[in-house]
Design a binder for this molecule. Structure first.
Ligand code: MLT
Length: 264
């Protein structure tokens, strides 16, 4: 593994394959979200896992972030590392960024993998919820906010099977710079819809959703994928909103199969 610093982000690189996968984490996670994909893929692929601005090792964040800032940072990593035609994989907020990257420059990617995410922009209700979150975070409420969010993210089965892992996600989320979380809420609140891009895209798209995901439920993801030309959708049993961590063996099986058939 190599730890690399790009202009604004820390990221980690694994494997030596000539085909690359860029994994983009969700909110309030960091690159450790993907640790259960690395052993399954590092032999055949190069894997790039950034900490988005304000998360993990990328602690430098003034709280003024847009989805376009994340996307600019990620394009910068690809450019600096001279990575050609990677597959983009994102979970939830990471999926919003992956969709926007692919919308900006579809010709630069070999495929898109969407875990527990949506292409629609925020509804008014969601925007008000984000504003309430910003208020809490500005007044020192990160610990409570992180614990409540992680409670909703992970399925009951995961919390029971792996209580220490569940707790370590809460601890990591509670330790970030609150400005990173505020910036992410503002970025998600202001993001644009990528529905029309997704429905007109010719890129191969794999979508996966935890059976018990209550934040981006399977019915919503199925609807999102229903008009995608070159898409496939899988429901991941025994998982909530962090499907690639909660049921990594099922996700890795579907993912490796998808990757094997891609014209990189
Ligand atoms: C995430 O997991 O990244 C968040 O649930 C995304 C969101 O709040 O829309």
């Amino acid at each position: 593994m190599r730890h690399i610093t790009s202009t604004r982000n820390i990221f980690h690189e694994y494997g030596n394959g000539d085909k690359t996968i860029l994994f983009i984490h969700g909110f309030i996670f960091d690159s450790t979200l993907w640790q259960r994909q690395i052993p399954a893929l590092a032999e055949d692929y190069k894997i790039i896992v950034p900490d988005l601005r304000g998360f993990g090792g990328s602690t430098d964040c003034d709280g003024m972030i847009t989805m376009e800032s994340y996307v600019d940072d990620l394009f910068e990593i690809l450019k600096e590392q001279m990575i050609v035609k990677p597959v983009l994989a994102g979970l939830s907020m990471g999926g919003y960024a992956a969709l926007r990257m692919a919308e900006r420059s579809p010709e630069k990617f070999s495929g898109l993998v969407l875990f527990d995410t949506r292409a629609a922009a925020d509804s008014d209700e969601a925007k008000l919820k984000r504003a309430a979150g910003v208020r809490i975070l500005k007044h020192g409420g990160l610990n409570t906010y992180a614990a409540t969010l992680m409670e909703a993210v992970f399925s009951a089965g995961f919390k029971e099977r792996e209580p220490d892992e569940f707790q370590s996600f809460i601890d990591r989320a509670s330790g970030i710079n609150p400005k990173g979380a505020i910036g992410a809420l503002l970025a998600m609140m202001g993001r644009t819809s990528t529905i029309s891009f997704l429905e007109s895209a010719t890129l191969p798209v794999l979508a996966l959703c935890g059976e018990f995901d209550t934040l981006t439920p399977p019915t919503e993801m199925l609807q999102m994928m229903s008009n995608v030309k070159n898409g496939e959708f899988h429901i991941v049993p025994d998982a909530g909103h962090a499907a690639p961590y909660e049921n990594f063996s099922e996700c890795n099986k579907v993912l490796t199969n998808f990757l094997r058939n891609l014209p990189f």
